[in-house]
Structure formats: C-alpha cells, structure tokens
Design a protein around this ligand. Structure first.
Ligand code: MV4
Length: 449
C-alpha cells in the first residue's frame, strides 16, 4: 500500500481525498497556490507545499512543480481529484516516468477516451449502443451533407475534441448545415486547437444518466448504478440524484451491463463514469466516458455504502475488486452550492464569507473546504460546498434537502442556495419529470422581503 499520497488539487475534493487517506493510515501532502495559503486542505494534510501563484496555469496545472513537490516529500502516489490534471495524458505519463503512481487512468486510456470520435468507435467495437451517425471523423463538407441526408434531420454536429458543449451544433434542415459546419469547426479550433467533427442523429430532450464503474488490474469491472445529471445549465451540473426518477430495474440492468462491457473491453482500471443519453422511449446511447472521480460521486457512495476514493486507492495499489454490482438501497440528492448569484444569471460572487452555518443532522452530508472568515479567490471554480441528503425515498430526500437548505447560512457572498430551494418546490422536479432542457425554461421567482 502507498505510504504517502500527494493531492494535486484544492477545495473540497482535496479535503475529500485527505479524509480517506487518514482513515487508511496513508500520509498526505497538500499542494497549494499562494491564493490558497489559508485553505483547509493545507491545514488538514500532513505536509503542504506551495507550488506557485494564483493562476492555475502556474500552480495546479504546473506539472513540473507538482512532480517536484512529490519528489521532495517522497510521495509514492498522486491523486489528481477532478478537473486540473485529472484527465491529462501527459501528466499521467510523467508520473509513470517518475515512478509515482497516478491514481487515475493510464495515458493511453485518457487519449482514447478524451477524443470523442475515437471513444465512440471503441464503444461501437465493444457492442455498446451509440447514436447513429457518421463513422468517425467527417473529412469535408460534401461528406457532411451526405451523412446528414443518410442520418436524417435533425442532426447534431460534434467536435471530436469537444467538452462543455463547445463545437456542438444541432441542425434541423439542410440549408442550415453549412453555417453550422463552419462555425462549429471554428469554435472547436479556437477552443481545442483541433477541428475534427463527427455527426449524430439529434436526440431531442434527452436525459443525462451516467453509470459509475470501477475496474481493476485483472480487467474486471463492476457498476455502482446510475446518477441522473439532467439538471444542467450551460453544461454545468447543478444537482444530481440517484436513483434516477426515470430508471426502471430493467433499464438499470441493461445500462449497467453496457457500462461494464465498455469498461472491460478497454480494460479500464480505477473509478470511471460512462455517460449516456436516454431518450423518452428509454433507449440509451453512449455519450462519453470520464476517466476520473467526479464531483457528484458522493450520492453513489451514500446509496451503495461504498467509499469510492478508498476503492480508487486500493485498485491503484493492485487490489482486485469484489466483482459484484451495486443497486441503490436509498435515495440521495446532491445540490452544488456555488458562489454565484442565481438572481443575476448565476454571475460569480467571490469574496469573504463573513458568517457561515452548515446544516447537519441525520442523512445530511456536506463536503466543503470553506469556513467562516474564508475568502473565496476569484481564480478557480465557484463551487464552495456540496450538500447531499440521503433517505429511504425520493420524497424524504427532497424534504430533507429543503430543511437543510433552510438551515444553510452563508453571509458576505451570494450563493445558489435560493436556486436549489426553489428547485426543490418545482412541480417538474418534484414529479421527476425533467430532462436536459429543464433549465432553459427555469426562472427564479422574485425575492420576497
Ligand atoms: C447530444 C444531444 C442530443 N443528441 N447528442 C452535450 C454535451 C456533450 N457531451 C453531449 N451533449 C449532447 N449530445 C445527440 N446526438 C444533446 C446533448 C446535450 C446535453 C447532454 C447532456 C446533458 C446536457 C445537455 C445539454 C444540451 C445538449
């Protein structure tokens, strides 16, 4: 087993990893930028190394500084958390070269799944359902026209290097195809330095349902059921839940089996997520595979009673998985509490938290790095806490969430707490009748004074 793990991240996920390491008797090293000197992960880790100034590019993304920090402190593994270097093939490779275990995917796996067209071809080979469309990358506009005709409108043009919805265009009729083709390619080139495009039939009003998987070094994989992440705004998830209100035992069985098949086909090692689009007829299609621990992993932990960070560490150390699949025994909901003003188009609201009270009680989990007096730097993402409630039923989990949101006090900055409180009363949320289109129509009710 590892003796010392360096956590190449900040915020709540750094805290999350440190907690499990402590429980496993593994020493921890925090790294931090000068903007994070007062952060809790710095204080909770056994050691801490400053790796640079506030901009991520000069600290949390600075591979040479992180490797140097690992070597100075004699860390034998690096946990990258999510974001930053967690899906960076070059960093995974550099760790290998320095004989530091990267607790994440191999460089080859990251490359294969990071390119969306190559991930999709791999999944077709594996026999995982995919949306009909082009066979791989489309070479030119003439082919694009032809493929669109064969696929049938509406179609979706997608950037192979894509992420966060960039370089993606829905097209309903042939006369709009050329503009979409050109603008999507431009956008992709600017964002990713690559303008490879592929095409799919447009799935209208889909749900985003993902399956958590864990694979081991023997090539075995198991799944831990689904998370419904359909409540998103501009490709940012706001809340997630498991089980999905749209799920049936039969669909879970099929999607779980497809996700395990996908993982075993590529001999995936570690914790991963297979994302699917699910249409109104409960057809499901492979969308992407994430080769990292995700923000929303706690809801899965709550309903299957399984520490995913511990499992990542065990698998990285070569311990085989049990091999059984896990079905939710409870219902769990996560609300992402962001330093944003939901009344002002979710505009970021960094600054000093002058007063803080976190909710608690039975079935309430708060994963956070903030405290009263903490100043949220403007340099990083705006999530300040994850509020997770767990209960026997969805209705009880919602009631618990309402109660916990009402207890949540954050002063000095604006947060998304009022948004979540209104969401928990929204008829389409309460009925479970929501798709990825939900936030397009959502409007905050006015403030009452
Ligand atoms: C789609 C789709 C409809 N049809 N593909 C958005 C992000 C990218 N990873 C894939 N996305 C989509 N792909 C086909 N063939 C609709 C989306 C989509 C979406 C997917 C999941 C969650 C939120 C979304 C919001 C808008 C569009």
């Amino acid at each position: 087993m590892f003796k010392k793990i360096l956590i190449a991240n900040r915020g709540e996920i750094a805290m999350r990893v440190i907690r499990t390491c402590k429980e496993m008797g593994i020493k921890t090293v925090a790294v931090y930028s000068t903007a994070d000197a007062e952060s809790l992960h710095v204080r909770f880790a056994d050691e801490a190394v400053c790796i640079g100034p506030a901009p991520s590019s000069e600290s949390y993304l600075k591979m040479s500084n992180i490797i140097a920090a690992a070597e100075i402190t004699n860390a034998d593994a690096i946990h990258p958390g999510y974001g930053f270097l967690s899906e960076n093939a070059k960093f995974s490779k550099i760790c290998e070269e320095h004989e530091i275990k990267f607790i994440g995917a191999s460089p080859e796996m990251i490359d294969r799944m990071g390119d969306k067209a190559s991930a999709k071809s791999t999944m077709i080979e594996a026999g995982v359902p995919c949306v009909p469309g082009s066979e791989g990358v489309i070479p030119d506009f003439k082919t694009c026209l032809k493929v669109a005709k064969e696929t049938g409108y509406p179609v979706m043009l997608k950037a192979s290097a894509g992420g966060g919805g960039k370089g993606m265009r829905a097209v309903w009729k042939e006369e709009d195809l050329q503009n979409a083709w050109e603008s999507a390619r431009q956008e992709s080139k600017a964002a990713f330095g690559n303008d490879d495009m592929y095409m799919e039939k447009l799935i209208e009003e889909p749900r985003h349902i993902e399956i958590q998987i864990v694979g081991d070094s023997n090539g075995r994989a198991c799944h831990l059921s689904e998370r419904d992440c359909s409540v998103q705004r501009r490709h940012q998830k706001l809340t997630e839940e498991t089980p999905s209100p749209f799920m049936t035992d039969e669909l879970r069985e099929k999607m779980g089996e497809a996700a395990v098949k996908a993982s075993e086909y590529i001999k995936y090692e570690g914790a991963g997520t297979v994302e699917f689009l699910v249409d109104k007829h409960r057809n499901f299609y492979f969308m992407e595979m994430n080769t990292r621990i995700q923000v929303e992993h706690p809801i899965t932990e709550q309903v299957v009673d399984y520490d995913l960070i511990r499992e990542q560490i065990l698998v990285a150390a070569g311990v085989p998985i049990s091999g059984k699949n896990y079905i939710p025994q409870l219902h769990s909901i996560e609300c992402r509490i962001n330093a944003e003003d939901p009344y002002k188009d979710f505009r970021p609201s960094p600054g000093k938290i002058t007063n803080l009270h976190l909710p608690g009680g039975h079935g309430v989990r708060v994963d956070t790095h903030v405290y009263s007096g903490y100043t949220i730097p403007p340099n990083y993402d705006s999530m300040i806490a994850k509020l997770i409630t767990t209960a026997q039923t969805r209705e009880e989990a919602i009631n618990k969430m309402k109660r916990a949101l009402d207890e949540f006090v954050v002063e000095g900055i604006k947060t998304t707490v009022p948004f979540h409180r209104q969401l928990m009363d929204h008829p389409d949320y309460v009925s479970g009748n929501y798709t990825t289109k939900f936030m397009e129509d959502f409007e905050m009710a006015e403030l009452e004074d």
